[in-house]
Design a protein around this ligand. Structure first.
Ligand SMILES: [Zn+2]
Length: 279
């Protein structure tokens, strides 16, 4: 099967509309501090809003000591010191969790750290498919901006998928293509990496925002496959590892594991299962 028609199926199923979301101004960033949001860049200005701890925000620098924080379309001011706490890190057991045909997730599993991606997404922001855990979303933004610098614009197609979404997706494939096909391309509910909030399917305009094996020969895909590990991502279903991963080659599916682990897997040419069996 040279090319996949997943995108067409997605179109039929979910009425995807392409959106270019990330403008040049807001930076990808997340705060973990309680943050006071002001109407103006002055301590004497009344506090308009107080954010809870762990609320992720998009922000951009206003001047040396103040930043703008965007909540929906509203712009607030906050002391930049409030934004230096960085992103919430997840425990390594979660970050390195092995999810495959043999290892599943409970149907109720949903990371408490899901945030909306700040990079361009194929689905409208607001769709669960534009969510990832904060640490992975931040790493993906860094990958995206590094690619942009080299002239490659990547899009995120499908990131988080809940158990129930996966259930309907799997049922759709079984009904339309049969069990044998479905088992090669679509995970059973509870066995999809997308439910971890750490996986994302990437594409580009050249791929007409769809998922095709030829992505690995496109400039964007080539760049992504060569550099993803520098940002903590592995190409989860590599070519030649189908028997180990249980899935056909998917050059578009990235999984966040962290820079150290991703670099090791890239250097040793290990699939995630091989890394796990050698820990
Ligand atoms: Zn995927």
């Amino acid at each position: 099967m040279k090319s996949l028609r997943i995108f067409v199926i997605c179109l039929l199923l979910f009425q995807v509309s392409p959106v270019t979301a990330a403008s040049s101004s807001p930076q990808p960033g997340y705060t973990i501090k309680t943050t006071y949001l002001y109407g103006r860049a002055m301590q004497s200005s009344p506090i308009l809003k107080t954010l809870r701890t762990n609320v992720p925000v998009r922000y951009t620098t206003y001047n040396r000591s103040w930043s703008n924080v965007y909540i929906g379309n509203t712009k607030y001011f906050t002391p930049s010191a409030n934004l230096k706490a960085g992103i919430p890190k997840m425990p390594s057991a979660d970050r390195l969790r092995l999810v495959n045909k043999a290892n599943g997730l409970p149907s109720t599993y949903r990371s408490p750290q899901l945030v909306t991606l700040t990079i361009p997404t194929v689905y409208q922001k607001g769709s669960e498919r534009t969510l990832m855990t904060a640490e992975a979303a931040y790493a993906l933004a860094k990958l995206y901006y590094a690619g942009r610098k080299q002239g490659h614009t990547l899009y995120a197609l499908s990131a988080y998928r809940s158990y129930s979404t996966q259930k309907s997706l799997y049922a759709y494939y079984v009904n339309t293509r049969g069990v044998a096909y479905a088992s090669k391309y679509v995970a059973r509910p509870g066995h999809s990496e997308h439910q971890t909030g750490l996986a994302v399917d990437m594409t580009s305009q050249r791929m007409r925002l769809g998922l095709y094996e030829s992505f690995d020969r496109s400039p964007e895909g080539k760049w992504m496959l060569q550099n993803a590990h520098l940002y903590g991502f592995i190409v989860r279903y590599p070519k030649g590892k189908e028997k180990i991963t249980g899935y056909n080659y998917e050059p578009w599916h990235l999984r966040y594991v962290g820079v150290t682990e991703a670099t090791m897997m890239k250097q040793k040419n290990w699939a995630f299962e091989e890394w796990w069996s050698r820990r």
